[in-house]
Design a protein around this ligand. Structure first.
Ligand code: FMN
Length: 203
């Protein structure tokens, strides 16, 4: 099922979708993703976030060039059918075709909490990532492919300068969004009993 509002099905199938069709995504749908993102909690409800969305060709071309500079003219595509090789092939397809991604969302956040005294960056990151996860879940619910990536880390200054992101605002993630080429499927995670510690770490 590609569109679903069952929250557990959404979470169970919210895979990183890196293989995206170039078909445009309506801005109303992108607004819906940001609506979902901004329903998230934030430190003291300060909501110090902002969402840079690049959906015009010039901006996407700039981002595509940055990717090619970072990863080389062509990302090396590994052989084999094991999950890590398959994942790297999907990363390569995304990187090599970054200009064709319909929309790229950068969840951004200001370092401004607590408002009195020195702001603590821990609050900034712990504010932007719940919002980012809401955005990813909303994309999955709407049948849109998206992936949490940190591609901005190697190029943050260049992205900041090109799109006018202020100095006191940090970019938390780079989220490509589009209609997926493949199907949504279950995520692979550790069993719950392996990660719960009942009443103490040895429990
Ligand atoms: C903090 C963080 C950083 C990530 N960085 C990247 C990245 O730079 N590029 C990428 O393609 N995926 C990135 N991912 C996605 C992970 O590779 C992906 O969630 C993981 O392999 C599990 O795959 P799945 O979500 O499809 O089950 C990142 C995820 C997180 C949480």
């Amino acid at each position: 099922m590609s569109i679903t509002s069952d929250i557990f099905e959404v979470m169970d199938t919210c895979r990183a979708m890196r293989r995206l069709k170039p078909d445009p995504v309506d801005r109303d749908l992108l607004r819906k993703l940001v609506h979902a993102a901004t329903r998230a909690p934030s430190a003291g409800n300060t909501q110090l976030w902002g969402f840079l969305i690049v959906d015009e060709p010039e901006g996407k071309q700039f981002l595509g060039e940055l990717m090619r500079e970072q990863f080389g003219a062509r990302f090396q595509v590994p052989e084999g059918d094991e999950p890590p090789a398959r994942m790297m092939r999907a990363v390569a397809e995304l990187v090599n075709n970054f200009d064709q991604v319909p929309a790229v969302i950068f969840p951004c956040v200001e370092n401004g909490y607590p408002p009195e005294g020195e702001p603590n960056p821990m609050f900034m990151w712990s504010t932007i990532y719940p919002a980012t996860q809401n955005l990813l879940l909303a994309a999955r619910a709407l049948g849109l492919g998206a992936a949490m990536t940190t591609f901005q880390m190697a190029n943050e200054e260049a992205i900041r300068e090109r799109f006018g992101v202020p100095e006191n605002v940090s970019i938390g993630a780079t989220i490509p969004v589009g209609y997926p080429k493949g199907n949504f499927g279950p995520v692979t995670r550790k069993p719950v009993e392996d990660v719960i510690h009942w009443n103490g770490w040895n429990g």
